[in-house]
Design a protein. Sequence first.
Length: 708
Amino acid sequence: MKKTKKRTAPHERRILQMFEQASRPLTRKDIGIELDIPKARKEEIENILEDLIAQGKLIRIGRGYGLVKKMPMTPGILEVQRSGVGFVLPEDKRLKDIFISRSQMGGAWHGDRVLVSILPRRRGKNPEGRIVRVVERARPVIAVRVVRQVGLDTLLCQPTDPRLHFNVLLTINSGEETAKVDDIVLAIPEEEIEKGVWSAKIDRVLGREEDASVQEALVKVNWSVPTVFPEAVVNQAEGLPDVPQSEDCREREDLRELPFVTIDGASARDFDDAVLARPENGKWRLWVAIADVSHYVPQGSALDEEALERGNSYYFPQSVEPMFPEKLSNGLCSLVPGEPRLSMVAEMLFSADGDPVEERFYPAVIRSHGRLTYEQVKRVLLDNDAAEQERLRDHLPMLRDAEKLARRLLARRVKRGALDFDLPEPEILIDICDHPEDIRPRARHFGHQIVEEFMLAANEAVARFLEGRQARLLYRNHPEPDPDKLDALFNLLRNTPLGASLPEQRDAKGIQQLFAGAQGSEIDFLVNRLALRSMMQAEYAPENKGHFGLASDCYCHFTSPIRRYADLVVHRALKGALGFGSGGGTGQKKLKEVADQVNVMERRATGAEREIVKRLTILFLKDKVGQTFNGIVSSMADFGFWVELKEVMAEGMVPLSSLGDDYYNYREKQQEMLGERTGRRFRLGQELRVRLEEVSLSRIEVNLTLAE
């Protein structure tokens, strides 16, 4: 995680200047003489040097010290794979990732900030290196599982993160909470007592490994998800009023009489967007009101710094770690019904076909006239539920207008080449015993699409406006896929039931045709997932590079400043362009640093959210070992293939070693396994019946075998 920069003391600056000017490493004696510091104060120099070492600016060399940047070393972040090898991602983004073998880890752990020395050999396209020093540990606390007791006061444990390849000996002091076998414990590592074994002390016992809440807690630790707000942040939030004050509403348009509504999930607690759609002289007018978070979060304040540190909110099946304290996320910046709230409004006029005609942006004060859920909208618009229509009779005309406009906006996006990846998200239901009782596809229907279309329209409109004003903002870019990846995708699908009808085009239109051809078939999910894998990753950047997936020339995120820091940056830029406030005054270099930070935090949030789904899936399947399921081959490798189960939203692997009827060869181009003697094939999209053989929380694995 990016840390707040430490202010450099005068002596630190002077010492760094000495190293810059010197043509060699320096000793403490050299530094003391130059600074004219007497021997009696040598401890002062030692403390400064230790601070500079901790910051990664100096490194010990024999009896002296040298500047890291003048040494043949590269600072970066270590990412370890489950196999035990890793890559250092250099801080200098122009450099390639550096391969690190298991023997060259130098005691570093996954996520640590390290210094790496480049070795003369190479690993394929990547240079190979040796970790010289750990500059900063990624986590002072790790989650471990108790394996067994090895003494009266000692427990043998293993980290729950499979990327940490060592054991832990946990010492229990008298009076401390005890832990049992298979309990999950938060441990504070102390020292490596022998290779691959660390001593540690107990920080906190989380509880039984099989509890869903315990799994959530350990995933947060594994991914360094922040769970506590610093005191300064809490104090600043508590110092805010409970409701907007009269002076807050000055210079704002008063839209409190307009019948805005919020549409969210039934369990949502924060409502940061409200919408209103109306027909107007053969056209359509749409208002999208977004909570004005920037009004309460000055740039550079404690709230702002903490929000940047977090980058975004983190969502788990049973909890949320918000970007802002609840005073903001569930209070001042939540558009609850009947309460005045400060907003930034995008007001847009569309033609009858959904083409943008004009748009206007301004700060306003609104009042939500209704808190609606997606299911209510579905029952009203799609199911024509008379009872629900009566309950929502005040909102029914607007909802019908909203559906009509949303369908026109969607048709326009599809026409220009936008892609809609129809991948169901898992919804995990937890029972009263804190155990997963079901995993099913999260319901998705046009009620969701209405809100999505309105948010997309607002995001595009704001991006166009700010680009036209040459404002500094964070764009949401999605690069075009590598042509070779698209070719590989279509070649893969030749070996599926869709192979005979593949489109010729290798672009967005071709992918649209691919989706249309697969829709409703057994491999619909597979086609969508393979297509998604061929895409580049969307990122934030100060430069506009377009959004391939949305077929948009100019796109940004404006609609969720309560849970994404990038949106807060856009709000400040919008206010600046409109002449309200300074707009943040963010320089291009600083904006690039912010983009790098929020991109890293977004990947962290995605990784944590995926891991908790995997872990809870394993808990759900634990009592189903031995049962058989229907599935579809979804991915292949030289050591086996993965099967997506139909009965539950889960995926498992059939190891090559479990296929005992023949010797099988992996044919990568054809994406199939071919038996040498029998000619039996296993290929992408193939339907199989499999048996659940084993699940492992320690390895986060689901292993299958063929049911025959």
